[in-house]
Design a protein around this ligand. Structure first.
Ligand code: C2E
Ligand code: MG
Ligand code: MG
Length: 679
């Protein structure tokens, strides 16, 4: 590069920055003026200018002036012109370079200006939109596809209490009231979806909102997120709930009303049908309520109904349904019962709970209840039918009974007869307990092979003043369902120990006296009761054995084994009665500290004719041996049965072949005269 060229280049650099400055900052005349100055100084010309405008301008010497157009592509900006000296090729090139630079800068400037303009327009539009969004009452927010909030209008600020600053950038989940509700299931169904949701405000308050979602798309229509519109519908929801409550609940007592009761019962009946279970409906009508209501006034009547409802609710289990039908009529649905007659126990409980007087506003009020019962599936299989029949039964109960406050009736005649029979037995049994009408019979157990007596089973009998000897099969199941078995069981244990103590004192070598214990007696208090009884009679524990049934084992295993362990720790033996009729499996049995398995009489009966009974008895015997348990067969009546059992390896037998159950004295006589005791 020559010195001159170098000087020009330096100059040109200076010119470049001057042109840049001018194009960026100046407009109109001022710009033309400055560009003219740059051209004059760059080309050392006395005159020179920049002319703005569009047109097809030529380049070259025109009338003593050197001219060059300024254009880029198709865009024309004007031309440069210098004059006042002679010009050469190099001057031309320099002016051309200046024109080119100017054109490029101007084009860039125009572009920038245009986009700035567009940007400003967009900004204005956005501001306008968010102004609109802020104006509308609804809360509107947008989020990206991951649920992160991207915009938040004033409505949202007001609704949630979070400012846009606090909300934008956080995930939408922070507004959810229910943790389980995921973001994704909402998201899965995009577009125009309306739903009712629960959301949480900044204050912590949870509210109901209607939520509508629509997809948010970019310019190319690709989904980039969601727009959510939310409105607070708490008030509407509350109104709805209130309406629901009015429609389904009795305002006075808070209990379900007839409509809801029918629904709940029908639902429960569907379940009962699937499980082949029973169900009972109790129709309850209060006695004397109308008189109280009429004489003392509605306010007291209402309070009385409220308190009656409360007593009913407290008496029943949670799963029982209780409703107020109308006036002084209530209904109860029982579905968790095994036998229909258990409903009478519940009915009596409901009557008992009204025995205590109600103290209201200084009055001492007494009401009673008549109760009618209908049974699913025998009487019907829908709520309305059953309710109607229970109503009829209630009317009958109220009419027929001398004491309406204790009146209970089934809709079916046969059930009624059954109930009356049961109630007679129950009252009789209570009486028998207090009156010494119960007695124990003793049936010996023998060891096969030696034929020596190894023990005896105590079996309860009821010596009824009119009916004579009543077998336990007629009152034990009833005593179990009413709970009276606990008193019966206490009496039997006491009596058996007293008898054993007598034999112990008389110098008889000990043999085990077995007492039957029903599942309901098998409670935590049993071991202490047994220990106490043994102590009081100074009876060696080797005298006592308890026979329990498989059903006892079906309850909570941990609890049952705990009780068993405490009993065996006392030195008392345990045997499993009626074995084979339950569901005990081999592995199951290993967990219990049992000494003896007692093969149920139903299997002994089939020996030797019934092949499957033989197989079952044989299996139980070999199973017991493997487990190290003794095994006894009950109900042995024939020599054939005895032979089979002996050959199968059975240890002991009990049955009419040897002896029927005998009163204590007869038993003792046989013991001394006929039977050999194992020494
Ligand atoms: P269980 O404990 O299985 O008693 C055996 C039953 O079979 C007794 O009937 C007995 O008399 C009868 N039996 C014994 N050998 C023969 C026989 O060779 N042939 C026939 N046909 N029957 C025989 P029982 O005394 O009527 O007792 C019936 C059930 O009542 C007993 O069955 C037991 O479950 C229950 N039970 C009896 N006494 C009591 C008691 O004091 N408390 C409890 N909780 N239940 C008792
Ligand atoms: Mg028994
Ligand atoms: Mg048995």
């Amino acid at each position: 590069m020559s010195e001159l060229q170098e000087a020009i280049a330096v100059d040109f650099v200076g010119g470049t920055s001057a042109v840049c400055e001018a194009v960026m900052r100046l407009r109109g005349e001022a710009l033309a003026h400055e560009l003219g100055r740059v051209a004059r100084s760059l080309l050392s010309s006395p005159t020179g200018r920049f002319v703005q405008g569009a047109g097809s301008f030529e380049a070259g010497m025109i009338g003593g002036a050197l001219r060059h157009p300024v254009f880029a592509g198709t865009e024309q900006f004007g031309y440069y012109e210098v004059a006042g000296r002679g010009y050469f090729d190099s001057d031309y090139r320099q002016l051309a370079a200046l024109a080119q630079l100017t054109a490029n800068l101007m084009q860039m400037q125009a572009l920038a200006q245009r986009s700035t303009h567009a940007y400003a327009q967009m900004e204005a539009q956005l501001a306008h939109q968010s102004q609109i969004l802020d104006q509308i009452h609804e809360s509107v927010l947008t989020m990206d596809q991951m649920g992160y909030i991207t915009s938040w209008n004033r409505g949202a600020e007001e609704l949630f209490g979070y400012s846009a600053l606090e909300a934008i950038g956080r995930n939408i989940l922070f507004l959810y009231a229910d943790e389980e509700e995921g973001f994704h299931d909402v998201f899965a169904e995009q577009g125009g979806r309306m739903m009712e949701v629960r959301r949480r405000k900044k204050s912590g308050e949870v509210f109901w909102a209607s939520l509508s979602l629509s997809p948010l798309r970019d310019l190319a229509e690709r989904p980039i997120g969601l727009i959510a519109y939310l409105t607070d519908i708490t008030e509407r929801k509350q109104a709805e709930e209130q309406l629901h409550h009015l429609a389904y609940y009795d305002e006075l007592t808070g209990l379900p009303n007839r409509t809801l009761f029918a629904r709940l019962v029908d639902q429960a009946l569907m379940v009962a049908q699937r499980n082949e279970a029973h169900g009972c409906l109790l129709f309850i009508d209060l006695n004397r309520f109308k008189r109280i209501n009429d004489t003392l006034g509605r306010r007291i009547g209402d309070e009385l109904l409220r308190q009656v409802a409360q007593r009913f609710r407290d008496t029943l289990r949670d799963e029982d349904v209780v409703a107020r039908l109308s006036g002084d009529e209530f209904a109860v649905g029982l579905f968790d019962i095994r036998q229909h007659f258990e409903a009478t126990t519940v009915a009596q409980k409901l009557q008992n709970v009204l025995d205590a007087p109600f103290y209201i506003a200084g009055h001492d009020l007494r009401v009673g209840a008549s109760i009618g019962i209908s049974v699913y599936p025998q009487n019907g299989n829908d709520a309305e039918t059953l309710l109607g029949l229970a109503d009829i039964a209630m009317e009958r109960a109220k009419k027929d009974d001398a004491n309406p406050d204790r009146s209970v009736a089934f809709y079916s005649d046969d059930m009624n007869q059954g109930m009356q029979e049961r109630m007679r037995i129950e009252t009789g049994l209570r009486h028998a307990l207090g009156n010494g009408e119960l007695t124990l019979y003793y049936q010996p157990k023998f060891e096969i092979g030696s034929d020596r007596i190894v023990g005896a089973e105590a079996l309860v009998r009821w010596v009824h003043p009119q009916r004579g000897l009543v077998p336990p099969g007629e009152f034990i199941p009833l005593a179990e369902s009413t709970g009276l078995i606990v008193q019966v069981g206490e009496w039997v244990l006491e009596q058996a120990c007293a008898q054993a103590a007598i034999w112990q004192k008389a110098g008889l070598p000990p043999f085990r006296l077995a007492v039957n214990v029903s599942a309901r007696e098998f409670t935590q208090s049993l071991p202490a009761r047994v220990a106490d009884t043994l102590r009081r009679y100074q009876l060696d524990p080797s005298w006592l054995e308890l026979e329990i049934t498989e059903s006892t084992l079906m309850h909570d295993i941990g609890r049952v084994t705990g009780i068993m362990d405490r009993l065996t720790a006392l030195g008392v033996a345990l045997s499993l009665d009626d074995f084979g009729t339950g569901y005990s499996s081999l592995s199951y049995l290993k967990r219990f500290p049992i000494h003896t398995l007692k093969i149920d009489r139903s299997f002994t009966t089939g020996i030797p004719a019934d092949a499957s009974d033989c197989a079952i008895a044989g299996t139980i015997i070999s199973m017991a041996r493997q487990l190290g348990l003794r095994v006894i067969a009950e109900g042995v009546e024939t020599v054939d049965q005895l032979d089979f059992l002996r050959e199968s390896g059975c240890d002991e037998v009990q049955g009419y072949l040897y002896s029927k159950p005998l009163p204590a004295q007869d038993f003792e006589r046989s013991l001394r005269d006929n039977w050999l005791l194992i020494a």
